[in-house]
Design a protein. Structure first.
Length: 365
């Protein structure tokens, strides 16, 4: 058999010019062989929104001086991904080449830890019309298909209603976030408009972001970000706080945002204090002390007036009133006595108020 192939090759070499392409009479013919090469290893994007089959371009080449028939075969053992060759048989003239495509396709959302090795074998089946033993005339390309990591996150807040805050009040906003990507992801949630809020007097004493590793298909623990209102405002405030969840795995992944309205109402003016605004708890204490001191002063003034009144009554010299007759005198005296009784009743009331004031001062002590 081996001897027959040699004879057939000799006949093909000398009798079939179409099988031999020589540039000059001095060129030495190149023995039958084959070469194969492919582009860089394929990477499959299995993101639900961007998935499409991935193609790998390969080239098979006949470097010999004869026309060759070449066959190509694959070695592939993955079940969830299919590998397809666009062509598997080539007839190439001497020193020529041809491209073919290898297509990989599979389901979306494949795990990112998926990778599969593959091999493409090329062999010479015949030289011209003569069958050829390809034992020593074959070529191999080996590569690996990789499934790319993609991120997909979702921020979840059960209460999206507006929050009304008092001055200096801190309020925590609770939330969770889910990982719908294809690999464990360290998801980060931050206040995307932090600079705007700080410019308007808000602050984040416990930090303006949180991060947590979340498994594929998993949900984070309940997290929160606390925001503190400004200590003073000149008008009603209505502003948004924007929370944004982002994937750490995939810089191109879409983020998830939720906005919540923060409301702060300008405090009403305090009546009787010259139009002073209720600015803070400290101001309220100050104004309360002023008001208390005023009330105490009024009590002291009333007490002083009462004491002075008593001394005036003691030093008063009775005046003799001449009346025309006894009956008229009796009437005047009676009216004068009644007036004095009313005056004594007034000071008796003041005595009771003095006792109340003494009790009030004792409480202060």
């Amino acid at each position: 058999m081996r001897r027959g192939q040699i004879v057939a090759f000799a006949l093909a070499f000398f009798m079939l010019p179409a099988l031999s392409v020589m540039t000059s009479a001095q060129d030495v013919p190149t023995m039958p062989s084959v070469e194969i090469d492919c582009a860089s290893d394929p990477e499959m994007n299995v993101h639900p929104s961007y998935y499409e089959p991935v193609e790998l371009t390969c080239v098979v080449r006949n470097p010999s001086s004869f026309e060759e028939t070449i066959s190509v075969e694959k070695e592939w053992d993955a079940n969830e991904i299919e590998m397809i060759l666009s062509e598997d048989t080539f007839t190439l003239e001497a020193d020529s080449e041809e491209e073919f495509t290898v297509t990989f396709s599979g389901p979306k959302k494949l795990s990112a830890d998926t990778s599969h090795s593959f091999t493409i074998n090329a062999q010479v089946d015949s030289v011209g019309l003569v069958p050829w033993d390809s034992t020593n005339t074959n070529a191999t390309y080996s590569g690996e298909l990789t499934v790319l990591t993609y991120g997909m996150v979702e921020l979840e807040i059960s209460d999206k209603s507006s929050r009304t805050l008092a001055l200096d009040e801190a309020r925590a906003i609770s939330f969770q976030f889910s990982n719908y990507g294809n690999d464990i992801d360290k998801i980060r949630v931050s206040v995307s408009n932090e600079a705007e809020l700080i410019e308007n007097g808000f602050s984040f004493p416990l930090g303006s972001f949180v991060a947590e590793d979340v498994a594929v298909g998993g949900v984070s623990s309940l997290r929160e970000i606390s925001i503190t209102a400004p200590s003073e405002v000149t008008e009603d405030v209505r502003i948004q706080i924007i929370l944004r969840a982002e994937s750490d795995n995939d810089a191109n992944a879409e983020f998830s945002e939720i906005s919540i309205t923060i409301v702060i109402e300008k405090p009403n003016e305090i009546a009787g204090l010259g139009g002073l605004d209720e600015m803070s708890t400290g101001d309220m204490k100050k104004y309360g002390a002023i008001l208390g001191a005023g009330i105490l002063g009024i009590f002291i003034l009333v007490l002083a007036l009462k004491v002075v009144g008593r001394r005036s009554m003691k030093n008063k010299v009775p005046q003799t009133i001449e009346l025309p007759d006894e009956n008229e005198q009796s009437s005047v005296v009676t009216e004068d006595v009644d007036d004095l009784d009313e005056f004594d009743d007034l000071f008796n009331d003041l005595d009771e108020e003095e006792d109340d004031l003494d009790s009030f001062l004792d409480d202060f002590e």
